[in-house]
Design a protein around this ligand. Structure first.
Ligand code: ADP
Length: 274
């Protein structure tokens, strides 16, 4: 499912004294099957942008196209709901939204709500428990008895249970330890590679952006200011610096970017990690 944003603007609480413009001009084109990382300083509009990609927000200006559906300020709620069936979103700290008595019920909740028969939903829940590397016996446990990393996986399974064709990830590894972070990122990479899931990742980690994404979109003060392959974007360190995005000096980043460039990255102007 191709996605595009044309001249998208968004104001929170429009028409009230609390009106706050969060997006000014955003243009982006995300091809079906691609892996896009959205980077930008805090407050640059990344989360607001994501909420437009599964119909939770409608643009106040411009057009968001998701597959065949065009969303403008006039789009009706019913059409937005259809989009949510195809575009899954993993919010920050998604485990905060777990609420059912058992892990199985939590994963089944979404599919049942969309009218999928119970047995099919249960089978899907068990497949996802395996896919996410959770022990089989978690199915009947309360999600609240699991470790933080396991709860995160259950919440992710709940999103995957819809079988979305687009997966949106808002800092999906926030708060996890380095090992948990790597495991989750590798899992998303596998889903992207093996299932052809269009993946859109908001991240503060330039390492993850360099390692996993094939396209990078840079946001700054509510505007899309750079877009391109990791080579193109990270190769322009000076411009990134002007958007308050310093490239990390970590060995892992250097190694990944060197691989992309096929040459020593040390020749590029590196800036201090934020
Ligand atoms: P990011 O995800 O890049 O940190 P956000 O999309 O969260 O950026 O925020 C963009 C701008 O919109 C910020 O100035 C932020 O304060 C504002 N904003 C975000 N959410 C709301 C909201 N619910 N109401 C009003 N303003 C908001």
């Amino acid at each position: 499912m191709d996605i595009s944003l044309q001249q998208v603007g968004y104001s929170y609480a429009k028409g009230t004294p609390f009106e706050k413009k969060a997006l000014y001009v955003v243009n982006a084109s995300i091809k079906s099957g691609s892996y896009t990382a959205v980077i930008g300083h805090t407050g640059s509009g990344k989360s607001t942008l994501l909420l437009h990609l599964n119909g939770l927000l409608k643009p106040t200006e411009g057009v968001v196209r998701i597959g065949d559906v065009s969303i403008t300020s006039d789009t009706k709620a019913k059409e937005l709901k259809m989009i949510r069936r195809h575009v899954g979103i993993v919010f920050q700290f998604p485990e905060h939204q777990l609420f059912e008595e058992t892990v199985e019920k939590d994963i089944m909740f979404g599919p049942l709500n969309f009218g999928i028969p119970e047995e099919e939903a249960r089978q899907r829940a068990h497949e996802l428990i395996r896919l996410l590397g959770l022990p089989e016996d978690v199915a009947q446990k309360s999600p609240f008895d699991l470790s933080g990393g396991q709860m995160r996986r259950v919440a992710i399974a709940g999103v995957l249970a819809f079988k979305p064709s687009v997966l949106i990830l808002d800092e999906p590894t926030a708060g996890l330890d380095p090992r948990g972070r790597k495991e989750i990122m590798e899992l998303f990479n596998k889903l992207h590679n093996e299932e052809g899931l269009t993946t859109i990742l908001v991240t503060h980690s330039m390492e993850d952006a360099a390692r996993y994404a094939d396209q990078i979109l840079v946001m700054h003060e509510g505007r899309s200011v750079m877009a391109g392959t990791p080579e193109e974007v990270f190769g322009n360190a000076e411009q990134l610096k002007s958007f308050r995005l310093g490239l990390p000096r970590s060995v892992a980043f250097q190694r990944d970017v060197e691989k992309l460039f096929g040459k020593q990255f040390g020749t590029l102007a590196l800036t201090e990690e934020q």
